[in-house]
Design a protein around this ligand. Sequence first.
Ligand code: SF4
Length: 473
Amino acid sequence: MFDKLHEECGVFGIFGHPEASKMAYLGLYALQHRGQESAGIAASNGERLVAVRAMGHVADAFSESELTHLEGRLAVGHVRYSTAGASKLVNAQPILIDCQHGQLALCHNGNLVDADELRDRLVGDGAIFQTSSDSEVILHLYARSKAPRVEDAIVESLAQVHGAYSLVLATPDRIVAARDPHGFRPLALGRLGDAVVVASETCAMDLIGASWERDVEPGEVVVIDASGVRSIKPFPPAPRAQCIFEHVYFARPDSYVFGQSVNTARTAFGRRLAQESPVEADVVVPVPDSGVCAAIGYAEEAHLPLRMGLIRNHYVGRTFIEPQQSIRHFGVKVKLNPVRSILEGQRVVLIDDSIVRGTTSRKIVRMIKAAGAREVHVRISCPPTISPCFYGVDTPRRSELIAATHSLEEIRKYLDADSLCYLSLEGLLAGMNSHRSEFCTSCYTGRYPVPFPRSQAAELQLPLKLVGSETGE
Ligand code: SF4
């Protein structure tokens, strides 16, 4: 219903805990925002991996008795939002296989850009795929490897794929965590007593009382077993391309992602936005929840009051029944309702984190005006989204991205806003502590750090531009 980009997945793993599967369940609970279509956990008692997967939210996917049967001190888990592969149970993860190397459970966050080609080649060689997800390619490559040790077979399979992956893998007696050499998607490493924890975001560690130690580095493979934690760096170094949109929108503000507080980054984006695009106004109002941190930064910098002029209903399911007699702004009103006492007669600065198609933003602006606001000045805490993502984020085709096909003034008119400004790319990168070259910003620039098949580019009517090592820039 909401016109937003969607994160693809969240991953979690724990080794050395007597209630590993219950810890995984809680970890996935904290990562629910990264995927709501399906959830799964695989656990091992030291000899056999057993997996449970189901459609729906974590709270509904597992029964108490199922978790009790997932015995052992090792567990990995996954929450999924599909982009590559349909939304059905067969594509839910962990994907559990049994091959010449023994059992392996795979949890993947990201998207392999060459999955289709690899799949065609493997199918041509006789492989039988069980799912339509890109992640299964890694398992087929792993199963074919002649490397004698499990971690060598994993490295050998990963060396053949390209794109974005943060992986948590399990065999009956170990966990292996791996991040692609560009480091597109996050992966954090922590401890809970003697247990070792890996998770897409640190908020999953907070919930179970684990402490975050560091991130799994881009290109690093971490093996966790009874002998301890071993780090391998088997891949040639590559330019970093950490997804900056994790900080703009996806990640929870209480998480540390790529080593930096998401809340701090978002607040800094809001401050920069106020510096770049000030406006005469009475009140700053965020689009909840993701616009809140940037709105705090904007309000502080602009010395304007921050008010919750939109209230979000957190209990709305994915679908709802619309009455035949149409209700004004119905789709948005189900989830957001304006607070008339805050908005009436006010000049409002409305802060949101992004505009994708513009359809929801337009409804929100009109809803705020209908509630009595005198002016609505829209401020977006990132640059215009002009290009699709190929690295694990669900984006519409380029032709559907309003900023790819319309000028700023055309978008403003469409939204019915009194003014519209986006944060500049400079401002966005300045909000991060790390060096600007460490981030992927492709959806704002159309410049891609990892090439993808030209067939995809043509389909999206997208000029294929590469940055970094491929072009020598
Ligand atoms: S294209 Fe955008 S959403 Fe995709 S990885 Fe890069 S910054 Fe993130």
